[in-house]
Design a protein around this ligand. Structure first.
Ligand SMILES: [Zn+2]
Length: 83
C-alpha cells in the first residue's frame, strides 16, 4: 500500500465518527450541487458530505470543506451507457 493510500485510510478512520447515517427524516441533496447545476453525470461527479448530506461538485467541494471541515464524502459519478 502506498503512503498516500495509508494516510487516506488513517484520515478516514479518524473522522469516521463524524459521518452520519441518513434517517427517514433527513434530506440528502444527492442530485445537484448546492452552488451550481452540476449533477453526478457532470465531469468530476458529485460529492455528498456525509455529515451534512449536502452535495457539491468538484469545483465547489473546497468551499464546503472550508465551511464545515468535512472530510468524508460519498463520490457519485455516473455516465450514460449505450445499449
Ligand atoms: Zn458546483
Amino acid at each position: 500500500m502506498s503512503e498516500a493510500a495509508a494516510a487516506g485510510i488513517q484520515l478516514a478512520q479518524e473522522n469516521a465518527a463524524r459521518a452520519k447515517v441518513a434517517g427517514h427524516a433527513d434530506r440528502v441533496w444527492k442530485d445537484e450541487c448546492m452552488f451550481c447545476f452540476c449533477t453526478p453525470r457532470s465531469t468530476g461527479g458529485l460529492y455528498v458530505n456525509l455529515s451534512t448530506f449536502q452535495g457539491f461538485c468538484q469545483q465547489h467541494l473546497s468551499l464546503d470543506h472550508q465551511r464545515t471541515g468535512g472530510v468524508l464524502y460519498l463520490h457519485q459519478q455516473s455516465s450514460k451507457v449505450s445499449e
